[in-house]
Design a binder for this molecule. Structure first.
Ligand SMILES: N[C@@H](CCC(=O)N[C@@H](CS)C(=O)NCC(=O)O)C(=O)O
Length: 228
């Protein structure tokens, strides 16, 4: 059994869980997973011991409990990666922290209108002007990262960092809802989605039996759904 236990929700839906999971997988930090079936009768008792206000993800490191995705990324970077989970250069690191905090605190319309769903791909999905504004903001941030700091590799800051973990579920959403992308945006979304660990997460999500109605979108006329 590994020292670290990552408590996560349903892989099909839980975008916050994906963030620390892909981060730890990418950096090959060994951990065990504990699965919580979100929005079921067992969720509250199963999460009660962590004091996370019945939310996932939670990281257990021995006696220590860390909850909330961004806090977990910070903790892992500090305790298990000697700070290398963030870009080394201070300008890049400041930018990476800013866009990660923005991901954590913002993009409500995008998150609500385009819930992560590994099992389905939508075409002709209508996007509200509010959600489109947030999609455009994400694209603008990605462009700045790639142009200013990302030349040495395929990730936002060249090397994979906590910022990529924070935006990984957005890449899945852009692909899942067939959001129009230019070549650079496409390349970044592909880099995330084709990563073998992300593929493993998606495959696990697809075969989960649970359906969370709250996270299933209502289909407007003309929307085409592909079941993956
Ligand atoms: N700010 C938290 C958000 C966590 C969160 O909302 N997680 C969802 C699953 S993706 C959850 O646990 N929902 C259960 C609930 O709201 O009771 C983070 O970054 O970890």
């Amino acid at each position: 059994m590994a020292n670290l236990i990552l408590v996560i929700g349903n892989k099909n839906y839980s975008s916050w869980s994906l963030r620390p999971w892909i981060f730890m997988r990418y950096f090959k930090i060994p951990f065990d997973e504990k699965h919580i079936a979100l929005f079921t009768d067992t969720m509250e008792p199963d999460l009660a011991m962590y004091g996370s206000d019945t939310k996932v993800p939670v990281l257990q490191d021995g006696e220590r409990i860390i909850w909330d995705s961004l806090a977990i990324l910070d903790y892992i970077s500090e305790q298990h990666l000697e700070g290398k989970g963030w870009p080394t250069d201070i300008n890049a690191r400041a930018f990476a922290r800013s866009i990660s905090a923005e991901m954590h605190s913002s993009f409500f319309h995008l998150r609500e209108a385009l819930p992560m769903n590994c099992r389905k791909r939508f075409k002709n999905y209508p996007v509200s002007s509010e959600a489109q504004r947030e999609i455009d903001r994400v694209k603008e941030l990605w462009k700045k990262c790639r142009n200013q700091y990302g030349q040495q590799g395929k990730w936002l800051f060249g090397e994979f960092s906590a910022a990529d973990a924070m935006y990984a579920p957005i890449a899945l959403r852009f692909a899942g809802y067939d959001i129009a992308l230019n070549n650079d945006e496409h390349a970044y979304v592909d880099a995330i989605i084709s990563h073998p660990d992300v593929q493993e997460w998606i495959d696990a999500g697809k075969v989960e039996p649970e359906v969370i109605e709250l996270d299933e979108i209502e289909l407007a006329p003309g929307v085409i759904v592909e079941h993956l």
